[in-house]
Design a protein around this ligand. Sequence first.
Ligand SMILES: [Zn+2]
Length: 307
Amino acid sequence: MTTLTRRNMLAAGTALPFVGLAAGAARAEAPMKGASFASHRRFMIGDFEVTTILGGTTPRENPQGIFGMNVSEEEFATVSEENFLSTEASQFFFTPTLVNTGSELVLFDTGLNAAATLSAIEGAGYSADQVDVVVLTHMHGDHIGGLMNNGGPTFANARYVTGQVEFDHWAAAENDGFEANVRPLADQMTFIGDGNDVVSGITGMAAFGHTPGHMVYRLDSADKGLVIFADLANHPVWSLARPDWEVRFDADKEAAAASRRNVLGMIAADRVPAIGYHMPFPAVGYVDTGSNDAEFQWVPEAGQLMG
Ligand SMILES: [Zn+2]
């Protein structure tokens, strides 16, 4: 005959889910920790080691004040509901990317501020002074906010690469963020256009619209590819399923929609992985042509890149 001890009951509970749940609930004395997840994700693309780092995440109310500004409340609600999305609030993510080519460490965009981005870089096992090249996809505050730290450059050993059109636009715009973060570094910047390389295997492509000179970047290494599409599309559903939905942050709404269609179509046709700065962290996935009335679909990476 077995004695029914508390330990035996808990062990038995593993085979009896409801018993286990009740027993577990009675012992739940560890403190609640709040929602969390890892702050970096690393994988190989050919010979390049790619790391996405979470520079920040924040909830925003009233997502239709940002996405789908040109459609009815009903249409926005229907598409959102079909995709398990709330119309009350949405979570925003900010994800810079590090690419180690083997000879240079390249950082794409710098996050909202130096402190958060440095903490994510260090969490991923790097230090700021290891960064050789900083690429700015465009010059909105959540991409240039980490360039300067206490009045000096955050990445002391870096040179900078950005689109000529983008730089010229902001240089003439009397923009405080540009003047504080970008202009002081202009002497160390190289300006590129469509089809130009950052380093061997990293090529810029014009994808204008979100800002006047917004660019996306293609990695090519040992027959593998990946596209860093930055703010070409800012939400996995509201921007991919509906590229024509107007986004508050797109400077030229028509050009932004045309760029979305063009670049997303290319990524879908090439069937290469992609990183989107505002996709849900770790911000890595694939783009497919959509089903039903969705034009494109974001397919989160599901272990394909771990090998
Ligand atoms: Zn952005």
